[in-house]
Design a protein around this ligand. Structure first.
Ligand SMILES: [Zn+2]
Ligand SMILES: [Zn+2]
Length: 164
C-alpha cells in the first residue's frame, strides 16, 4: 500500500496508517508459514521540518526451533521508527527513507522492517534443551537415557565409528 504524505509535506501534522502485507513469498529459514498476513499500524508525524514514521509491525507465524527443530507458534511485534527524507537532496542519506512522488511504499517498509527485525535463530523456548547429540531424542520430552558423561576414550572411538 502507498501512503500519500502530500498533506504534511512542508507543514506540521500527523497521518495515521494501517496496512497488511503478504510476506509469504519471502523465504525465512526460521519460519514455516505465516498464520495471517503481516500487519502494521502507526503514523507519520511532521514537525520542525522532520518527518518520522513510527508504529508496529505485527505477525503470527509457525516457526522452526533452531535447537530442536520442532515447530512452534510465535507472535512478532517489531517497532517501526523510520526518519523520512522530505527533500530529494537527502534521498542519498542512508539513514533516511526516501519520499517518492509525495509518498512512501508501506509494503516495502514493512517487509524491510520484518526482515531486519527477525532474529536469525529462533528457539521454541528460551531454555530449549535441544536434541541429544548421541541418540537424537528431543530432550524437551525428558532425558533420553544416554550416559551423562562419556569416557573420553569411548568418545573418540564413537567418532571414528561415525566417520565410517
Ligand atoms: Zn526447541
Ligand atoms: Zn541420548
Amino acid at each position: 500500500m502507498r501512503l500519500d504524505l502530500k498533506e504534511i509535506l512542508r507543514k506540521d501534522g500527523t497521518i495515521p496508517f494501517s496496512c497488511t502485507t503478504d510476506l509469504s513469498d519471502l523465504h525465512f529459514s526460521a519460519i514455516s508459514r505465516f498464520l495471517s498476513p503481516v500487519s502494521a499500524s502507526g503514523r507519520v508525524t511532521a514537525g520542525a521540518g522532520v518527518l518520522t514514521l513510527t508504529g508496529t509491525v505485527s505477525a503470527q507465524a509457525i516457526c522452526l526451533c533452531d535447537r530442536c527443530g520442532r515447530e512452534f507458534t510465535r507472535e512478532f511485534r517489531i517497532p517501526l521508527d523510520l526518519p523520512l527524507a522530505e527533500d530529494p537532496q537527502d534521498a542519498e542519506d542512508p539513514d533516511l527513507y526516501p519520499i517518492e512522488e509525495d509518498g512512501v511504499d508501506l509494503d516495502e517498509i514493512v517487509s524491510t522492517a520484518f526482515v531486519l527485525g527477525l532474529e536469525t535463530k529462533l528457539l521454541c523456548k528460551p531454555d530449549c534443551r535441544g536434541l541429544c547429540d548421541r541418540c537424537g531424542k528431543n530432550l524437551n520430552d525428558g532425558p533420553c537415557g544416554c550416559p551423562a558423561e562419556t569416557d573420553p576414550r569411548l568418545a573418540v572411538l564413537g567418532q571414528l565409528l561415525e566417520q565410517e
